[in-house]
Design a protein. Structure first.
Length: 103
């Protein structure tokens, strides 16, 4: 739970900072060493979350927190199904992002 809270906090800070475009985000994941399969899976999870949130009649802050938490739990669950190399690359990418956002 603590890990999810930290990730959620990072996301909220990241959203308020300049957000990369989809292509920039994909390029960051490629540079981090993730496979095309892993990147496509992460992108699909993000797309599903975005569409789901957009279908709400009047989304609230609580809905946003719920959906962001679900997004990260879904990505975490998905990454556990990926190769060890993808898992290591993604973990290193997340750590790098944490450090960037702390500054």
């Amino acid at each position: 739970m603590y890990k999810t809270t930290v990730i959620l906090a990072i996301v909220l800070v990241a959203v308020s900072a300049s957000c990369p475009t989809g292509d920039e985000y994909r390029a960051e994941l490629v540079a981090a060493g993730l496979s095309t399969q892993a990147i496509d899976g992460i992108s699909k999870i993000g797309e599903t979350a975005y569409i789901s949130f957009g279908k709400r009649e009047s989304p609230s802050f609580q809905d946003a927190i719920h959906d962001v938490t679900k997004l990260f739990l879904d990505v975490e669950k998905f990454m556990k199904t990926q190769s060890e190399q993808n898992q290591k690359s993604y973990a290193a990418y997340v750590e790098k992002k944490k450090k960037e956002l702390e500054n």
